[in-house]
Design a protein around this ligand. Structure first.
Ligand code: F6R
Length: 614
């Protein structure tokens, strides 16, 4: 949540920062702001409520000359979205400007102490406390900015990625990280910093991911220096970015979400590459191969995740239990961390997170490791916090996901969970070779099958017109299709703001069936699997109450076709692979309903892509 960006160099500071903010806007769009220090040592701060484009309009007639600058796009935590609460915040004497991503938990105590010393505050944010504290220490100790930042951070409890600049010092940025992401881009005679590498990928591929507790001193014309809070110098580990600029653009699509839905054949190809070999007979997951004993001896697997990643985790439970015969529990990371969990060294915890930065999932990882469990991460963002904190793991390799509603990351996560389950089953001998080979062969066909399902696009666009003005939706599924129902409902509510509930189809009889009438459409995921006969009766139950039905069925289905109002066909495939395919029509349906309602699908209200606060 919140994106920060900074730049020092001879390029156009304002333009680089604004472009960077646009790239980071997926992290929050309640307000945006920029602080610029001019070559003559003047500090200008400009802010505007709302999206980055509002900030650009506000800045249009301003003097934007600068040698160094920092900028911020906000997802509000402390204080409503407003100009005054927007970052950057500055110190009372106007000497320092600071941007912050995270939350300062002890801000009240610090604020009261500073007020006793005569400090006045203008915003309701925790961030203003931090900048005032740094300035207070700097004046009191008559020290350098880096020493004041170090001293202030020792007093702070919470999560932060910060960048600070100083009037009269057009040559320096001080940045620091604790539990919120920060990466530094090292170019030729220029240095960038940002919440992720997207703002600077076209300028440099050399990136340094800050670790918790590190402070970066970025000085014009000098090599980057990193320090720990105890003032010891920290080693610099430069990584090469694999990201390309085309992955960050819409590539002719009207929205990132639609582009990402249509990218799925190629993202799944990338996800599978090198992992399904010998024509499908062998599954290779490095994180499993390297930790054979752990997986062979696992007594239990606990999956922790949030939101869409949690839905992928539920599918993971069905996959692992049926293929590997290991009991699996799936927990919301936010609940797990406070549930006094019971774990031991024979447990494996699988943490799933697209961004690799979700605060609750990261906290769950740390707790699990502290209790001796082996922690395996499934993530998309290379170099992010969760892959760094886990014992081992696996990337989904679907490329940057910009649309706030997760689509290609979900199918990538489910694919990795499928491959992981097969790899462990192969190791444990819980699935016959022939069965693994049969599923493996189908996995290789998945990208082509996804291409086929995407051909439903125009039909779904037309179908969406019939249902755009429904106020409530029910999504039903059983077995593997139950988490798909949850995911379909989440997609609809988060981008179209229509209330939707996902339910196990049989549970419907225990309450939700009371809601069904002609006004309440049901989306029923009913592929031909071992629960098919059961879901047919659930479809009939909805119809008998006058509800309209959109059903996702297997090609050639004739039974549900005669009951449902609309059917969308997906190809025949082994049951365990259906979630990857059946979710795609639901992504398109939610996209088109939201578009019909005129909603901003890439930046839905109140949401942010990366939830780095509790
Ligand atoms: C929904 C969505 C969210 C995320 C959740 C976890 O479309 O994107 O529900 O799945 O915030 O995020 P990650 O996977 O980054 O931990």
């Amino acid at each position: 949540m919140c994106g920060i960006v900074g730049y020092i160099g001879s390029g156009n500071v304002y333009e680089i920062l604004i472009k960077g903010l646009h790239r980071l806007e997926y992290r929050g769009y309640d307000s945006a702001g920029i602080a610029l220090v001019s070559p003559s040592g003047k500090l200008n701060v400009f802010k505007a409520k709302g999206k980055v484009e509002n900030l650009e309009s506000f800045c249009a007639d301003k003097n934007l000359e600068a040698s160094v600058g920092i900028a911020h796009t906000r997802w509000a935590t402390h204080g409503e979205p407003s100009d005054v609460n927007a970052h950057p915040h500055f110190s009372e004497d106007g000497n320092l400007a600071l941007v912050h991503n995270g939350t300062i938990e002890n801000y009240k105590v610090l604020k009261d102490a500073l007020m006793e010393h005569g400090c006045t505050f203008h915003s309701e944010t925790d961030t203003e406390v931090l900048v005032q504290l740094i300035e207070f220490i700097k004046l009191k100790n008559d020290c350098e900015l880096v020493d004041a930042v170090m001293e202030a951070l020792k007093q702070v409890v919470g999560a932060y990625a910060i960048a600070v600049i100083e009037k009269n010092n057009p040559d320096t940025i001080i940045a620091a990280r604790q539990s919120s992401p920060l990466v530094i881009g090292i170019g030729e005679d220029e240095t960038f910093l940002a919440s992720d590498a997207t703002p600077f990928v076209e300028y440099t591929k050399d990136a340094v991911y800050l670790k918790d507790g590190e402070i970066a001193v970025i000085k014009r014309g000098e090599p980057l220096k990193l320090f720990n809070l105890d003032n010891s110098e920290s080693k610099i580990d430069v990584k090469t970015l694999e990201m390309s600029i085309s992955q960050l653009e819409k590539g002719g699509y009207p929205h990132f979400m639609l582009k990402e839905i249509f990218e799925q054949p190629s993202t799944l190809r990338d996800c599978i590459r090198g992992r399904v070999v010998e024509g499908g007979r062998k599954i290779n997951i490095t994180g499993v191969n390297d930790n054979k004993e752990r997986f062979l001896n696992a007594k239990r697997i606990v999956i922790v995740a949030c939101g869409t990643s949690w839905h992928a985790g539920l599918i993971g439970k069905y996959l692992i239990q049926s293929m590997c015969r290991i009991p699996v529990e799936v927990e919301y990371a936010s609940e797990f961390r406070y549930s006094d969990p019971v774990l031991d060294k024979d447990d494996i915890v699988i943490a799933i997170s697209q961004s690799g930065e979700t605060a609750d999932t990261l906290a769950a990882v740390k707790i699990a490791r502290s209790m001796g469990a082996f922690v395996f991460g499934i993530s998309n963002a290379v170099g992010s916090s969760i892959p760094r904190e886990t014992d081992s793991g696996c990337y989904i390799h679907v490329g940057p996901e910009i649309g706030v509603a997760s689509t290609k990351a979900f199918t990538g996560q489910v694919m990795v969970l499928t491959l992981l389950s097969l790899a462990v089953a192969q190791l444990k001998g819980t699935l016959e070779h022939e069965k693994i080979a049969e599923i493996g062969k189908h996995i290789l066909k998945i990208p082509t099958l996804v291409e086929r399902v995407l051909k439903l696009n125009n039909r779904i666009e037309r179908l969406s017109l019939i249902y755009t003005y429904a106020h409530n939706f029910l999504y039903l599924g059983r077995g593997y299709s139950y988490p798909v129902a949850l995911e379909g409902a989440l997609k609809l509510k988060e981008i179209s703001y229509i209330h939707a509930e996902g339910y196990p189809a049989a549970e419907m009889k225990h309450g939700p069936i009371a809601l069904i009438d002609a006004e309440m459409p049901s989306v029923i995921i009913a592929p031909r699997d071992h629960l098919y006969e059961k879901i047919v009766s659930n479809v009939q139950q909805v119809k008998a109450r006058g509800g309209s039905i959109i059903a996702i069925v297997t090609e050639g289905d004739s039974v549900i076709r005669n009951i449902a109002d609309h059917v969308l066909d997906i190809p025949e495939m082994p049951e365990c692979l259906t979630p990857i395919i059946s979710t795609i029509p639901l992504q398109l349906l939610s996209y088109y309903i939201a578009i019909n309602k005129g909603k901003n699908v890439d930046m839905p209200r109140n949401l942010a892509k990366s939830v780095t606060v509790e």
